[in-house]
Design a protein around this ligand. Sequence first.
Ligand SMILES: CC(C)(COP(=O)(O)OP(=O)(O)OC[C@H]1O[C@@H](n2cnc3c(N)ncnc32)[C@H](O)[C@@H]1OP(=O)(O)O)[C@@H](O)C(=O)NCCC(=O)NCCS
Length: 172
Amino acid sequence: MSGHNASGNAGPKGTRLVVSSLHDKDLPEAARIVRLAFGTFLGAPDPDTFWADRDYVYGRQPASHVASFGATLDGRLVGSNFATSWGSVGFFGPLTVHPDLQEQGIARALLAKSMEQFDTWGMRHVGLFTFAQSAKHIALYQKYGFYARFLTAIMSAKATRQRPRDGRASAR
Ligand SMILES: CC(C)(COP(=O)(O)OP(=O)(O)OC[C@H]1O[C@@H](n2cnc3c(N)ncnc32)[C@H](O)[C@@H]1OP(=O)(O)O)[C@@H](O)C(=O)NCCC(=O)NCCS
């Protein structure tokens, strides 16, 4: 996993792209970008409020086994990633970049920094969850040595109230 340069780089259109530890002051914006990025990718009608009931940022930030990274363009937060240590096994995500600034190497800069962290921790195995139908995601992660192994379909169905045979509604 070595060999990925994550230091400050020239960003898009002459901006300066820096990846460093995520600051507490940037957590609200990091959480907003997570919602916006996934909401946009998944086609939510209002990406800004997508996943408003989920926390992918605040709980990870203070955890001692998690390294949080933020990407800034000229000082403005534009993306983040969270590397997690499970002993000798590493995991990362959510990785997100503001939808207006994708396809400009920001995720790659965040991934490079995350790979450095896994090297520092001495991880023997690292993995992630991603969208198997997205050529972009697969190609992006392959650049860092990750290859698809097990295809796990995550399925859902609407919860419906169960009615017992005597016609009374059940609490379940
Ligand atoms: C996935 C995500 C983080 C990528 O961020 P990004 O800043 O656009 O990614 P980058 O520009 O750094 O890298 C994308 C790479 O994929 C390549 N790529 C894009 N589309 C591709 C395609 N269809 N086929 C092959 N490669 C593709 C790009 O060329 C680029 O590589 P290059 O810089 O070597 O040319 C961003 O799209 C996002 O936030 N998506 C919504 C949330 C999400 O899905 N997060 C990841 C969950 S696992």
